[in-house]
Ligand binder design. Structure first.
Ligand SMILES: [Zn+2]
Length: 371
């Protein structure tokens, strides 16, 4: 499957205009100019230092109004279509393997014109349907086969050893697991085109790569809603690194996601996306920092469940900065009347997933759902 939009599937002029890049940046810089900090050569302040998020969480504001307005703004920045369900899913499901523990199905569904999402659906055999579902997203990796523990190379095995066989973990814990291939990775990577270049091309055509990946998660929930053995009222999304980033934004934008497990990807922007080393373009969202920082955006998930999993030695998300950001996120959950729905877990290692920390927390969330 070609990962670039086909001719005729380009965004409408209206959607293209929703990006508002220039307007967002202009608005962000305006107060700095008014305050006299008007020029980088005079005061040495970088564009990052001069940018002030306009819709940061404010405990004195009306929480629900703020949340609604910020979600609308994020939806614009992600360039999500107004009616994603207008495009037919045209679902295909094929049994691939039976093991003692689970049934493995190869699936695919349409997301939007030119984009078909392949995946694996694993159903646990020792639990009665309808099953809760965990959508499993790989980060920068060879592809979704890592989620089901299938190593094709030594690199794959190292990735799996870093706790990234997410779908196998989920089905072992009694969840159905839906591992989908993200745009630009694995089966959806275009021959000879790395994620960074695919992302820049996508952006040039009108949408950040993360927006397309979030749309695929939304359509995955449409797929889940159509399967009688799956419980669409209990759907989570989890991922490490770029998989965590998409899990986070998908939960921000999509209220049907009841849980997000965000590993090694939550951090204030100034110490992550806007710090060295430069990151892959797939995670940059035009104008987002002029609107809100990542800890502010976490408030969009409240009062649903958010589990942040961090690594104390993660060079891409410094621990102290993650903890500082978590304080803001926790305050937003408090304002939503759901402080217990936000959790921060910190593992001892680096940029990897920590199943031994995450799963007990996930299962306690599940128990709270089922009472
Ligand atoms: Zn990337």
């Amino acid at each position: 499957m070609n990962s670039t939009p086909q001719r005729g599937s380009a965004l409408s002029r209206r959607e293209f205009g929703k990006l508002g890049i220039a307007a967002g940046l202009t608005a962000a810089l305006a107060p700095a100019r008014a305050a006299g900090a008007n020029n980088a050569t005079a005061d040495g302040a970088s564009v990052v230092e001069r940018t002030v998020p306009k819709m940061a969480f404010d405990p004195s504001a009306d929480f629900e109004v703020w949340q609604r307005q910020l979600r609308d703004r994020l939806t614009d920045i992600l360039v999500l279509p107004e009616d994603p369900q207008a495009y037919p899913l045209d679902t295909q499901i094929e049994l691939e393997e039976e093991t003692e523990q689970y049934t493995l199905n190869r699936i695919s569904f349409g997301s939007e014109p030119g984009e078909r999402v392949p995946g694996y659906l694993l159903l646990p055999k020792d639990h009665q349907p309808p099953h809760p579902v965990m959508i499993c997203l790989q980060g920068h990796s060879p592809g979704m086969h890592i989620s089901i523990g299938r190593a094709k190379t030594e690199r794959d095995q190292r990735s799996i050893d870093g706790g990234r066989d997410l779908a196998l973990q989920a089905v072992t814990e009694g969840w159905a697991a839906l591992a989908i291939e993200q745009r630009g990775f694995g089966e959806r990577a275009e021959e000879g085109l790395e994620c960074r270049d695919a992302s820049l091309r996508t952006l040039h055509c009108g949408r950040p790569m993360t927006g397309g990946r979030v749309l695929d998660v939304m359509r995955a929930i449409d797929f889940i809603e159509a399967q009688p053995e799956l419980d669409a009222a209990r759907v989570g999304c989890m991922g490490n690194s770029a998989g965590g980033t998409v899990s986070f934004y998908a939960a921000c934008a999509e209220p049907r996601l009841r849980l997000a497990v965000v590993s090694c990807s939550f951090c204030p922007f100034a110490d992550s996306w806007l710090a060295d080393p430069p990151r892959c373009p797939c995670g940059y969202l035009p104008g987002i920092y002029a609107v809100a920082d990542m800890p502010d955006l976490a408030g969009l998930i409240a009062p649903r469940d958010l589990i942040i999993v961090a690594g104390a030695e993660d060079h891409l998300a410094p621990e102290q900065s993650v903890r500082n950001g978590a304080e803001t996120a926790a305050a937003a959950f408090e304002a939503a009347g759901a402080p217990e729905r936000f959790q921060l877990l910190v593992g001892d290692g680096g940029h990897q997933f920590y199943p031994e920390l995450a799963w007990p927390a996930i299962q306690s969330v599940m128990e709270a759902w089922t009472g």
